[in-house]
Design a protein around this ligand. Structure first.
Ligand code: BV8
Ligand code: ZN
Length: 239
């Protein structure tokens, strides 16, 4: 922890890659932990375009349940610690999460790599709505065309927005400390940003309750709960 604090003290620009693990202590299910979302649902059924075309009602049951859970979820001390990290330095959060909790915690530079569960998009004319009820009645219709609304998230096999990728790439290679928090680092291209920083000789610090594929390239691996570790990492920032 002291080495991590040392690295943080000297860092003017911090880039943080976060995954579902940072929202676990806010009560939101992760994907690949035991009891996670992928244990209850097949990825190809609920997180691909093909699945949506095959059975849109199943996909909307999955996303309505996640919108319902996310509505009452509050940022936890891990989100708040990252939001407090910014005083006197530039902090960019690259999040794979779609729950909006980083913004709710006060982080002001958040790159949503996989979209946002609170936005819905017409699958036909691409109109985007952010004011729909938390649980959308099925079938959720577009107001401008006969198209059906889908969650405005990036599904497997779908490309990430090129501007989002450029922002993430720029943040990853121009920071002087790269934090990886609560991600199993299995999904690409999100996980690759940690490797981009590493390839530039930027120190990488990982916070996870267990080792991941990133662990063997990090300068410091802090094993434990993000809600405990991040506040401890941030608290001594002053001296
Ligand atoms: C793309 C949707 C170009 C939103 C998500 C073969 C065929 C087709 C594609 C591929 C292929 N092989 C590879 C690919 C690319 C694919 C991919 O990476 N697949 C992997 C899984 C093999 N990627 C894509 O398809 C991407 N697009 O590449 O397009 C292309 C096109 C066609 C063909 C090839 C390439 C799109 C990826 C985006 C997919 N959408 N979500 C939503 O519904 O949420 S990804 C999904 O996984 C979530 O977004 C999630 O964020 C993400 C990563 O999961 P994690 O966040 O890491 O969560 P996880 O549960 O896995 O881990 C939690 C971690 O937290 C654990 O390590 C745990 O220990 C830790 N933890 C838990 N609690 C705590 C904690 N740590 C600390 N404290 C705690 N309290
Ligand atoms: Zn439409």
């Amino acid at each position: 922890m002291d080495q991590a604090r040392q690295l943080l003290r000297g860092a003017r620009k911090v880039c943080v890659l976060t995954g579902a693990g940072i929202s676990a202590e806010s009560g939101l299910a992760t994907f690949r932990d035991s009891g996670g979302l992928w244990e209850k649902h097949r990825v190809e059924d609920v997180a691909t375009m093909e699945g949506f075309e095959r059975d849109p009602e199943l996909v909307w049951r999955f996303y309505n349940a996640r919108r319902k859970a996310a509505r009452t979820a509050e940022p936890n001390p891990a989100h708040l610690a990252l939001a407090g990290l910014g005083a006197g330095r530039k902090v960019t959060v690259l999040t794979q999460n779609v729950d909006g909790l980083h913004q709710k915690a006060g982080s002001d530079d958040v790159v949503e790599l996989h979209g946002n569960i609170w936005r819905v998009r017409c699958s036909q004319c691409a109109a985007v709505y952010a004011d729909r009820p938390v649980e959308l009645p099925f079938p959720p219709r577009c107001e401008r065309c006969p198209g059906m609304l889908r969650p405005d998230v990036v599904w497997f096999g779908e490309l990430l927005d090129p501007r989002t990728l450029a922002l993430a790439e720029e943040a990853a290679v121009s920071c002087d400390l790269f934090l990886v928090v609560g991600t199993s680092a299995q999904v690409q291209p999100a996980a690759s940003f940690a490797f981009r920083a590493y390839d530039r000789g930027i120190p990488v610090v990982e916070v996870n309750k267990e080792p991941t594929p990133v662990s063997n390239l990090v300068a410091v691996s802090l094993i434990g709960l993000a809600g405990t570790i991040l506040p401890a990492l941030v608290e001594n920032r002053g001296n």
